[in-house]
Design a protein around this ligand. Structure first.
Ligand SMILES: CC(C)(COP(=O)(O)OP(=O)(O)OC[C@H]1O[C@@H](n2cnc3c(N)ncnc32)[C@H](O)[C@@H]1OP(=O)(O)O)[C@@H](O)C(=O)NCCC(=O)NCCS
Length: 158
C-alpha cells in the first residue's frame, strides 16, 4: 500500500465495516514502523486494474496482529482474501513472526471460515468488544508460522 492507494483503501474499509477507520488512520499506519500494509489488485469488467482489497497488520518481534482486512464487496468469493492473507502471513513469517492473532466478530462466519482454513484457532472471547452493538469478539490465533508451507500454499493457488 502507498499513499496513492489511500482513497480506494478507505472506500473498501467504509463499505466493509460498521466501524470503519478514517482515512487518516491508514495514513498514520503507512508511517508506523510496526505496520505492514498490503493491497491486492484485480481487473474490473472493463479490464481496468483496481484496488480490490487491503490488509494492515502490526509486527512486534515474533508476534503479528491483523488490525484490519477486507475485500471490496464486488470482488468477494474469488479467492482474493486467501491470496492477500497468505502473502501477508508469508512475509511476516519471513521476518521472524511465529504467532499471529486477530479479533473477529462472533457473527462474521465468512471471515471465521477463512481464518480456520489457514489454521487459526479460537483462543479467547472478548465480551462486548465492539462499541456499535457490543458484539463479542472471538480472538483467533495462528501458531508456528512456517514460511516454507505458506510459500507452497501460495504457489498452489496461483
Ligand atoms: C472475509 C472476507 C475478507 C473474505 O474475502 P473473499 O475474497 O471473499 O474470500 P475468499 O474468496 O478468499 O474465500 C476464502 C474462504 O473464506 C470463506 N468465506 C468467504 N466468504 C464466505 C461467505 N460469504 N460465507 C461463508 N464462508 C465464506 C470460505 O471458507 C472461503 O473458502 P472457499 O471459497 O474455499 O469456500 C470478505 O468477506 C470481507 O471483506 N468481509 C468484510 C470485512 C471482514 O469481515 N474482514 C475480516 C475482519 S476480521
Amino acid at each position: 500500500m502507498t499513499t496513492a492507494d489511500l482513497d480506494p483503501v478507505a472506500e473498501i474499509d467504509s463499505v466493509s465495516f460498521s466501524l470503519p477507520w478514517p482515512k487518516k488512520s491508514f495514513e498514520y499506519e503507512l508511517r508506523n514502523p510496526f505496520s505492514r500494509l498490503w493491497v491486492i489488485e484485480a481487473e474490473d469488467d472493463s479490464g481496468i486494474r483496481r484496488i480490490a482489497g487491503m490488509i494492515c497488520s502490526w509486527v512486534i518481534e515474533e508476534e503479528g496482529h491483523i488490525a484490519t482486512f477486507a475485500i471490496h464487496p464486488d470482488y468477494r468469493r474469488k479467492g482474493l482474501a486467501t491470496r492477500l492473507l497468505g502473502t501477508a502471513l508469508l512475509e511476516a513469517a519471513r521476518e521472524g513472526v511465529e504467532l499471529v492473532y486477530l479479533e473477529v466478530r462472533r457473527s462474521n462466519l465468512a471471515a471465521i471460515n477463512m481464518y480456520e482454513k489457514f489454521g487459526f484457532k479460537t483462543t479467547g472471547i472478548r465480551a462486548g468488544y465492539y462499541s456499535d452493538n457490543h458484539e463479542d469478539a472471538l480472538m483467533m490465533t495462528l501458531e508456528a508460522l512456517d514460511p516454507i508451507r505458506l510459500q507452497a500454499f501460495l504457489e498452489d493457488i496461483t
